[in-house]
Design a protein around this ligand. Structure first.
Ligand code: ZN
Length: 694
């Protein structure tokens, strides 16, 4: 049963939240161990790879005989792949190059003891049964891996990178190698993410889906032509020049679930250091520790080596990228927990390699920029910073708190969109985070609100990422709406309780795989209240939120006139008598005003809301409404006229699709009591909707 609590009570309960001190897990459980050697041939854009892979069966009950691998590059193999069918060769505004195909072949696969698994390799299509899709392959072992046991495989593969498209590939001599090696899916034992029986979770590659893999360690030797500048996930542990003039670089990293690298002879290498003592002031540490109810020790950060691999044309933006990376390390680190790795690499893709931009891998992110952003006024548009902060933020949401991006993308994209706004505000100031020029100031959060289309009521947030209809709305339901869901939750809980909730969520699920249910349960746990009424509507449900003022009036309560039957007999009050009496009352200033306000809920989502009333000469008063019925009428008889009314006066309900209609001035000015910004935003919202910019 749904329970709706008065807002004031909700806030009160939230304020009483215990600080629930938890420690930050230092390490992940290592399920996989990859040792890879790969050589790039720039002439063919192919990678020759060998990998030794050890997999530990995480189940305590299941013996597992089958392994499932992602072969993502086969998404770009031909027009019959599920990815190509779904995307039509277009993604995120980017078009796949003609004949720029990519693929990956497993050329050999044996167990450590020499058993050949190659004959058992079979492509499977667990999501859509498209027989032509080769993005998932299964291998059968000669004997099962016992519970808690492990198996080591020797594999060889050849990958042909596509021309940069959908996060990976080459553009001239720029390379971004993402999803380039055979990567194990996740074996989920019974009980994990609500599973009833153990089994592989290994989805095909879709147009609108990202990834899901297990934690472990990677050690990768990458061989490239000697004049290439290389960057990769993790720490560089070695570098050697080979007889043929190529160079081999070794990178290692533990507690991660993916590995990407980049190479380009033109990169400008910018090195910087995030200093835990110089980039964060003692006052900032103290403020955050207090906000979170944690000790100073618990919020202490550590130093990180930052490498920005910049395109020469973007040289003037070097500091912007460094500052944004530091802003991410600082604010995400303070709020959710220390960044546990020693390195962070920020890649600025080559011109024309737009499809490789704005992407995240462990300790390695790709930014998004253009030469235009070197110059005024475009240097005031903080999209360069926003992309870097956002992609960095994925180190937390999906990188460490590793939800299944295929099935519940909102847990990373939505949480990260919300967190990006917060970090942008903390680093660059409220309202100035996206645009700040010519007197126009617009925050990242305003942009999220602007995307909240009143017509967006046909899908639910909680859906598999390739099942949104049409596919173009993936961005709205997994990024923007979820960020508004969290902002609205923060409106109800208050800033401190929300900060503690998110900290606790990160701590509990760092290096693990949560699902939505786990977040919902945690909200219930830390608030001591059942919030299913909220999540059922806004995450599982499809409808929208819109509160407005249906009508509002205030007028003198006049003396009654007409024929009245009283104990002493029938009595008539003429209009003249009544008028006289009213005039006397007015003269004596003893008038009573009758004010009637109808507040409406025009969306289907029922959320408790506050309504503010301002009477002449009086302080603003508030009343709560549970929002259950479509309308609520408020009546007052008072000596004061009602001046204005405003529903959700603090604008806590960020999910409200239109804030312009929330307020009403009674007289003499009947215009909506909305700020200029709110109106501007609503206009922007309409423009975005009209142009289909989502
Ligand atoms: Zn993202």
């Amino acid at each position: 049963m749904r329970r709706v609590l008065p807002i004031a009570l909700l806030a009160l309960l939230a304020a009483a939240l215990p600080a629930a001190a938890q420690s930050l897990p230092e390490k992940s459980e290592h399920v996989v161990q990859y040792r890879i050697g790969v050589t790039l041939d720039p002439a063919t854009h192919q990678l020759a790879g060998k990998q030794t892979l050890t997999w530990r069966n995480p189940s305590t009950t299941d013996a597992v005989q089958e392994l499932q691998f992602h072969l993502y590059l086969n998404a770009f193999k031909n027009t019959k792949s599920t990815f190509m069918k779904e995307s039509g060769g277009q993604l995120r505004g980017d078009q796949m190059a003609k004949d720029g195909w990519g693929w990956i072949d497993v050329t050999s696969i044996t167990t450590a003891s020499g058993a050949d698994l190659k004959p058992s390799l079979t492509f499977i299509q667990p999501d859509d049964g498209n027989r032509d899709d080769q993005t998932v392959v299964k291998a059968t072992l000669p004997e099962p891996v016992p519970p808690g046991g492990s198996v080591t495989l020797e594999m060889a593969f050849t990958s042909k990178l596509p021309q940069v498209f959908a996060r990976t590939g080459y553009k001239d001599d720029f390379y971004l190698a993402g999803q380039w090696f055979p990567k194990l899916g996740v074996y989920e034992p019974a009980g994990m993410r609500g599973r009833e029986t153990g089994g592989w979770n290994c989805h095909q590659f879709h147009a609108t889906s990202e990834f899901y893999a297990d934690f472990g360690s990677y050690a990768v030797d990458i061989t490239v032509p000697g004049d290439y500048v290389l960057g990769a996930t993790g720490e560089r542990k070695g570098e050697r020049t080979n007889a043929d003039g190529t160079k081999t670089y070794t990178y290692e990293q533990a507690d991660i679930h993916d590995f990407a690298w980049t190479a380009d002879p033109d990169f400008v290498v910018v090195k910087a250091k995030f200093s835990a003592t110089q980039d964060v002031t003692p006052a900032e540490y103290e403020r955050v520790a207090k906000l979170l109810g944690r000790s100073l020790d618990q919020v202490k950060l550590s130093d990180v080596d930052i490498t920005v691999l910049l395109q020469p044309a973007h040289r003037p933006q070097a500091q912007r990228h460094v500052d944004a990376a530091k802003a991410g390390l600082k604010w995400y680190g303070l709020w959710y927990g220390r960044y546990p790795y020693r390195t962070l690499t920020v890649v600025d893709p080559a011109p024309g390699a737009f499809g490789a931009g704005g992407m995240e891998y462990p300790t390695f992110i790709t930014a998004g920029s253009a030469w235009l952003f070197n110059y005024w006024p475009f240097d005031r548009i903080r999209s360069v910073e926003m992309v870097t902060v956002h992609e960095f933020g994925h180190q937390y949401w999906y990188g460490m708190v590793a939800n299944n991006e295929f099935e519940e993308a909102w847990l990373d994209e939505g949480f990260n969109t919300w967190s990006t706004s917060k970090a942008m505000v903390a680093a660059y100031g409220a309202d100035a985070t996206m645009v700040e020029f010519l007197g126009l100031r617009l925050g990242d959060r305003d942009m999220n609100r602007a995307s909240n289309d009143p017509a967006g009521r046909y899908n639910r947030i909680l859906a598999k990422s390739w099942e949104y209809t049409p596919t173009g709305v993936y961005g709205f339901y997994s990024y923007y709406k979820p960020s508004l869901v969290l902002s609205t939750l923060e409106g109800y809980l208050g800033e401190q309780a929300m900060a503690r909730l998110m900290r606790t969520y990160h701590e509990r699920w760092r290096f693990r795989h949560p699902r939505s249910e786990d977040f919902f349960a945690l909200v219930n746990e830390v608030t001591g209240q059942d919030w299913s009424w909220y999540f059922d509507q806004v995450v599982r449900g499809t409808d929208i939120v819109d509160y407005d003022i249906g009508s509002a009036r205030t007028r003198p309560k006049n003396t009654a006139q007409g024929v009245f039957d009283e104990a002493s007999g029938r009595k008539t009050v003429s209009s003249e008598d009544a008028g006289k009496q009213d005039a006397d009352i007015e003269k004596a200033k003893r008038q009573i005003f009758e004010s009637i306000v109808v507040v409406r809920r025009s969306g289907g989502v029922q959320l408790p809301v506050e309504v503010a009333f301002k009477f002449e000469g009086k302080a603003v008063e508030r009343q709560s409404w549970d929002g259950r019925e479509p309308t609520k009428t408020f009546r007052f008889e008072r000596p004061e006229k009602l001046e204005w009314v405003d529903v959700d006066p603090d604008r806590k309900i960020a999910l409200d699709v239109n804030w312009v209609n929330n307020g009403r001035r009674i007289e003499p000015d009947r215009r909506p009591a909305a700020s200029w910004t709110a109106r501007w935003l609503f206009l922007l919202q309409n423009i975005i909707t009209t142009l289909g910019l989502l």
